[in-house]
Design a protein around this ligand. Structure first.
Ligand code: HEM
Length: 391
């Protein structure tokens, strides 16, 4: 069983199911790591950061042995207390109150994006929701909110791909991401500096904490980097998956169309069913037993978030998309001290785009098969062809 084999990545649910149903912890000899697929075990690991460390990196490689592809993140790749100060800064700049001013602009841009998609759909009969809706919206609003320069944004998706593929094994997907990265690393090193960021964006707000001594200037740049790596592809994939489901579930679309206030619920259920970031690693700090397995110090455990989010022990009819279910408790944003610090902004983006879709579109129908995105560390659809009928 190799969860990173290309045929498994193209159709990952059977492997997720096999891992989850075999045992609380399964040994994956292909990579010399454990995997946990049950919701209760995944949640337990997230809660216990002192046993399950992030400091060796959350990908397959042990970054303490110099196997990392980039300077470690001061957030993702640390444990408390090192994690605490940087996280406090990010919590402040990404808190609902700090972001409230963005809501009006998000709503306006979302309506423009949906109207443009409707115009294209009218002429050609269909749009690719993965590109024309799900990609276009975050690619516009997130870089603006951070205060990134207009030039160089074409490097954002290649950089994000490099980031996520590099968390996995040295396979063809990773080699391809490295080949396509071009000048993305240099762009990111340039864009995260204080001088390259607009004075009124989230990036500048992070750098301001270097003045008060909460973090160093180098830390501030690494924190801004996390927007460029973690904040875009994940949101794009989540939005595309929701549109994929809505196009195939007329009853679910009708519910959202009738009540655009269900946009948030539609997003959470999409995150649960098609977990965009389906795997995250932790490393044991001591010998620890889980079920019948004994994990040795320094061994890695892959938390199979996608598997946990379809665990029948936790969810009724786990393979069904149902925006009326209580999807709270899904692990798509992780958990514990490292839970996704960008989840407020991701939810604001989703509510804006899916709300605009619900108001301005009467029908969403499939216009062909969606194709999976092949990735070591991301999950969702590369294309979602749909026909949109204006409201
Ligand atoms: C639907 C969209 C998103 C998904 C599915 C997602 C998923 C995740 C997950 C699973 C983690 C936990 C990592 C771990 O435990 O090691 C995480 C952490 C993180 N996310 Fe997100 N994320 C999303 C959006 C965003 C956005 C929009 C941003 C930036 C604005 C962001 C920035 C981060 C950062 C910086 C961390 C590390 C937090 C820490 O280590 O304390 N994410 N995310």
């Amino acid at each position: 069983m190799d969860p990173f084999a290309l045929d498994v990545l193209a159709d990952p649910i059977p492997a997720d199911t096999a891992i989850r149903e075999a045992a609380p912890l399964v040994w994956l000899p292909a990579h010399g790591v454990w995997a946990a697929g049950r919701h209760a075990d995944v949640a337990g690991v997230f809660r216990d950061w002192s046993t399950w460390s992030s400091a060796a990196g959350t990908g397959l490689a042990d970054i303490r042995r110099g196997e990392g592809w980039r300077p470690p993140s001061v957030l993702l790749d640390t444990d408390p207390p090192a994690h605490t100060g940087a996280r406090r800064v990010m919590n402040r700049v990404l808190a609902p109150r700090a972001l409230a001013g963005l809501a009006g602009g998000l709503a306006v841009t979302a309506e423009e994006v949906v109207d443009d998609a409707l115009a294209v759909s009218g002429a050609a009969g269909e749009v690719d929701a993965a590109v024309d809706l799900a990609e276009r919206f975050p690619m516009t609003v997130l870089p603006d909110a951070v205060g990134m320069a207009p030039e160089g944004r074409e490097h954002l998706l290649p950089y994000a791909a490099l980031n996520f593929e590099s968390m996995g094994p040295h396979n063809t997907l990773r080699a391809e991401a490295e080949r396509r990265a071009g000048g993305a690393r240099e762009y990111v090193a340039w864009q995260v500096r204080r001088e390259a960021l607009a004075p009124d964006g989230i990036g500048a707000a992070i750098h301001a904490y270097a003045d008060s001594g909460d973090i160093t200037g180098d830390d501030a740049a690494l924190l801004v980097r996390s927007f460029l790596s973690a904040g875009i592809d994940t949101t794009i994939l989540a939005l595309a998956s929701v549109v994929h489901e809505l196009a195939r579930r007329p009853d679910q679309w009708a519910a959202l169309h009738a009540d655009p206030g269900l946009a948030r619920a539609a997003f959470e259920e999409g995150l649960r069913l098609h977990t965009p970031s389906p795997v995250i690693g932790r490393t044991a700090t001591r010998e620890v037993a889980v079920g019948d397995a004994v994990v040795a110090p320094d061994q890695k455990v892959l938390l199979m978030l996608g598997a946990a989010n379809r665990d029948p022990r936790r969810w009724d009819a786990p393979d069904d998309y149902d925006l009326h279910r209580r999807a709270a408790g899904h692990t798509a944003f992780g958990g514990g001290v490292h839970n996704c610090v960008g989840q407020v902004i991701a939810r604001m983006e989703a509510e804006a785009l899916l709300g605009a879709l619900a108001r301005r579109v009467a029908r969403v129908e499939p216009a062909g098969e969606s194709t999976p995105r092949l990735s070591n560390w991301l999950r969702g659809f590369a294309t979602v062809p749909v026909r949109l009928t204006p409201a």
